[in-house]
Structure formats: C-alpha cells, structure tokens
Design a protein around this ligand. Structure first.
Ligand code: BMA
Length: 364
C-alpha cells in the first residue's frame, strides 16, 4: 500500500457502501454527488407513492413529425413526462446520431432541459458489438459476449466504447456547469434471448463481467452522475430474476421490462406478468435498500382506449415503483407508438391517467 492509496481507502471506509465504487465526494464537488441526489429524488417518489411517468424520445419526434414539433404527450395532456428516456445506441460508432436518427446533441440539450424543469432522464444502450459490429438484435455469434469480456482484443474494444459513453455522461452539465444525475440501464432484457447479451447467448459469468468491466471503467473516469438500473424482461421467479444480478454494489434500481402484446395475449396475461416481475423487483429492492421501477412497458398503438386507466394504473398502484416508462412514438412507423397523439381515441383516458394523484407528470 503506498501513500497515495491509504487516504483513498480511509475515505472509502468513511463514506462506505456504494460510495467506495462511486468516487463519491471530491474537493471540486462538495456535498452529495449528482447520482446520490437523483437516488434521493427517486426514493422520495416511492415514499410518496407518486409514480413518475416516462416516455422514450418524447420531445424529439412523434407520430408523423420529426425534429421540430410539439411532444405528443404535451400536445395531448399539456404536461411533459416526469421521466424522459433516451438511447445511446451508435454513440460507440462515433457518429452524430443514435440508431433511431436522434442527434446526440439534441439528446444532451433535451436531457439538460428536462433536468432543469425538475424531471429525470434515463438512458438505455442498444449498442453495436465492439468486435463484430453487429447490431443488438443479431444473435448469430454465440461467443459475442464471451469474446468481449475474456479476450484482450475484445476487452480493449469494449473499453473504447465505454470511454465514449463515459464522455457522454460526463458532458451532461446544467447551466451552472454542475453535472446532472441520470439513470443508465445497460444490458437490459437479458432474461430474454433477442439481444446478443440475452440468456441463451451468454453465460451468467460473462453477463456479470459486462457490468463489472463497465463499472470499473466509469469509476476510473470519475463518472459520479450515473444511477444504475438492472432491468430483466418477464420472469417467473425470484431465482430467474436474480440469476445474473451483478451484485448490490453495481445496481441502484431494480426494474422490469414487460410489454402488453395485445392480440398475442389478452389483458389478463399482461396483468399477470406485469404483476409478477415488478413485484419481484420491488420485494428485492426493499430487501436490498434499492429503488424499484417499471423500466419499460406499453401497449403498441394503444388498441384499448382506456388502457392507461383500466390496465396500467391499477398495476402501478399495486406495488411501490419510482417510475414507469413507455416506449417511443416513432415518426416513421405509423403503428409504433405508446402514448396517444391528438385525435387518437385513447387521448381522454390518457389525460385522466396523467391527472391521477398517484401519477407524476410535469405541467408545461
Ligand atoms: C425498439 C424499436 C426500434 C428501435 C429500438 C431502439 O423497441 O422501437 O424501432 O430502433 O427500440 O430504440
């Protein structure tokens, strides 16, 4: 142990817990880190039983418009979502826009504006494989993750990607030049097998290594504004939910991604699934001092006019989650939307949902 290490270890012992992994308090950033502040805000939402409503890519495009328009949510309800969700996929390729064509500069600008109005931002990452370059849904290479975490070339390529993602998070600063706290939800829906990091495509050890390598890199880079979310897809048991959990020191939020596949399944099947996994998440969160969230859900095209009040609302009221996020209103896929746009038959019901005292949105 040398002289430089001793004070760091002593500080770590004093701060304790996640602070050790987080490069928590430095002299330039007195008080709580942005990540700690965000965790407090999310915990408060759980305590107050006010579920923050979230929408992916809300202000940057919507049903039939792109780039310059009024958010479909603002147009139908007069309120911003309390949580804005974004995706960093393709950032690691060094381009200007993400995999859905949203410029990273717009994401940065909108995320900062969302933070300034008291809202929260969450980021997923549908990345391209660092070694083979295939997109997240290409599962043909059964060694995709193994090669990334166990070979020197794979690890090097992965670390390069992580540097770019860390740079992005470090660049999120408010008007006073303070970093803003955001949620990062990498390696999501891994209990399914549609991504190359999914259950059938990598071992539990290799999946966990994706997290540990990532976290070491972020800590090394001094990223102190990220709150970490773990978000399996449908699970039938706590064992399945926790099987690839990287560990309490890597995770702050226990989530669940469950969609309502209307047509393929009825409302009861969705209610059952959406009752099961998020309740596992909230039980485990309580046990571990973590925050539970319903990290992704939605009914594509909202084919049930009162879906928001009759299906989603009772689910949200049945267990303590900090937020719920529905997916995007694509501008170029007419059926791919999850909040109603003006003139949609579910509009009035969505307004009623947003006005419910147990739901938090941000009035414009
Ligand atoms: C999926 C769809 C795709 C999109 C991807 C990443 O669920 O919305 O169209 O490219 O998410 O955002």
């Amino acid at each position: 142990m040398n002289r430089l290490i001793i004070p760091a270890v002593a500080a770590c012992l004093l701060i304790g817990g996640a602070g050790c992994g987080q490069k928590a308090k430095t002299q330039d950033e007195p008080g709580k880190t942005p990540a700690e502040q965000l965790k407090e805000k999310l915990s408060k939402a759980v305590e107050e039983k006010k579920v923050m409503f979230g929408h992916h890519d809300d202000p940057v495009y919507g049903h039939n418009w792109n780039g310059d328009g009024i958010s479909d949510m603002v147009a139908t309800t007069g309120a911003y979502p309390a949580v804005m969700s974004w995706d960093l996929g393709a950032l690691e390729l060094g381009g200007q826009a993400n995999l859905d064509g949203v410029p990273f500069d717009s994401i940065r600008k909108q995320a900062i504006a969302q933070d300034a109005r008291g809202g929260v931002n969450t980021f997923s990452w549908h990345l391209y494989n660092p070694l083979t370059g295939v997109d997240s849904w290409n599962t043909t290479d059964s060694l995709a993750v193994s090669n990334m975490v166990n070979t020197p070339e794979g690890k090097e390529a992965y670390l390069k990607q992580l540097d770019m993602v860390a740079d992005f998070f470090l660049s999120l600063k408010d008007k006073d030049d303070n970093r803003i706290g955001v949620i990062f939800r990498p390696w999501h829906e891994h209990t399914g097998s549609w991504f190359w990091w999914g259950t059938d495509n990598c071992s539990p050890e290799d999946y966990k290594a994706l997290w540990t390598i990532m976290r070491e890199k972020f800590d090394e880079r001094g990223v102190n504004n990220v709150v970490w979310a773990y978000s399996p897809d449908r699970c039938t048991s706590t064992e399945q939910y926790m099987a690839r959990y990287p560990g309490d020191e890597y995770v702050d939020i226990l989530g669940a991604d469950i969609y309502h596949f209307n047509g393929a399944e009825g409302t009861d099947a969705y209610k059952e699934a959406a009752g099961k996994t998020p309740s596992i998440a909230s039980e485990e969160a309580k046990k571990r001092g973590k925050i539970a969230a319903f990290t992704e859900t939605g009914l594509e095209s909202i084919t049930i006019d009162d879906w928001y009040t009759s299906t989603l609302l009772p689910i949200l009221q049945s267990y303590p989650v900090a937020y719920v996020t529905v997916w995007r209103n694509a501008h170029d896929k007419p059926q791919h939307y999850y909040v109603p746009f003006p003139g949609h038959p579910a509009e009035a019901d969505f307004r009623e949902f947003c006005a419910n005292p147990s739901i938090k949105v941000i009035k414009k």
